[in-house]
Write a protein that binds this ligand. Sequence first.
Ligand SMILES: Cc1ncc(COP(=O)(O)O)c(C=O)c1O
Length: 398
Amino acid sequence: MPAFLDSFRAQLDALDRRARRRRLVPRTGADFASNDYLGLAGDPAIGAAVAAAVARGVPAGSGGPRLLRGNAPEHEALEARAAAVFGSEAALYLSNGFAANMALLAGLPGPQDLIVADALIHASAHDGMKLGRAKSVLAAHNEPQAVADAIAAWRAAGGTGRPWIVAETLYSMDGDRAPVDALAEIAAQHEAMLILDEAHATAVLGAGGRGLGAHLEGREDVIALHTCGKGLGVEGALVTAARPIVDLLVNRGRSFVFSTAPSPLMAVAVEAALERMIAADDRRARVGAPLAHAAPHFCALRYLLYFAIFCDIKAMKTIIFSRAAYRDFEALSADIQAQIDATLDAYAMFGRGDVKHLGGRNAHRLRSGRYRILFAEDEVTILAIYIGKRETTTYRRN
Ligand SMILES: Cc1ncc(COP(=O)(O)O)c(C=O)c1O
């Protein structure tokens, strides 16, 4: 008789065979991979704000969902501050961005509505749409016309409810930005609601780190999602929107209603992080010059993400580093090489599109030289294959 856990072991073995098995590993060495873009996770000012809150008796636990005595003054103070900072009428703080997308997309669109989401939208939006009552379709990545066409087709087929347009503002795996103004225009034309997931832009892009849709906040047809665990360096997510939207989320967002509120101490941390974000132009500038600050080594894909963001490379699809850079990789110590391999594998697991093609067996490909990835201390040569276009560029560390 097969052992009770055999079927689970078989699934893991199958993942292993496809080089797709994820494992939790202790974090050691240099940070090649996190989303802590501005280095705020260990920021002393944020830590000090939490320490001061502990000293004045703010509890670590919220004790329950916000609607069931878990609502602390720190949550409300954060939400008021966030609305002021981002320029919205109201804000809601949730445990994380995943929960926020679930609350938004499963909770707000009704059965008569249509959700049109970008084809590369995050897993949490997909899961929210799956759980929700609205019909949903994916539109070609970053093609506003595809969004407009999907709405028009739905209306022509008798769609009576409200369309919802869902996009990220900066796509982290691809490094490209959404055409937010075109999407906002389509939303206005079709009386649609526009949800902008700023997860990877918040704190990094836009004036004061307010994101790529900052100029649209305050519009009644725009909802923004600012996750707090990436550029802000802490945890949770802020939905910024018009008051009725936030109030409805408090009633209908199941991952908000039926879940213990985040720690009041984390709300304090996020509020402090918002202040750091506003004042972090220097850090944002350094992210813009990654070669200047990411010494001594860089992570290929993370570096390229920075690069794609700040150099406005559109639709960067496949990246192959030069032979010289590969030699530099070989010159790195074995443990740094192993770390980079692991990082690339992790990206491959999360990856999509051509990023995936870099992955899975990166270690092997690196060693075989099929993909020549990596780094010079003072020079990086990048061969980037864009859609239909090849370019080689050498960047020198200044
Ligand atoms: C676009 C996007 N939305 C939402 C999330 C989820 O945010 P969180 O990590 O706070 O759950 C992520 C996280 O990777 C993301 O990339």
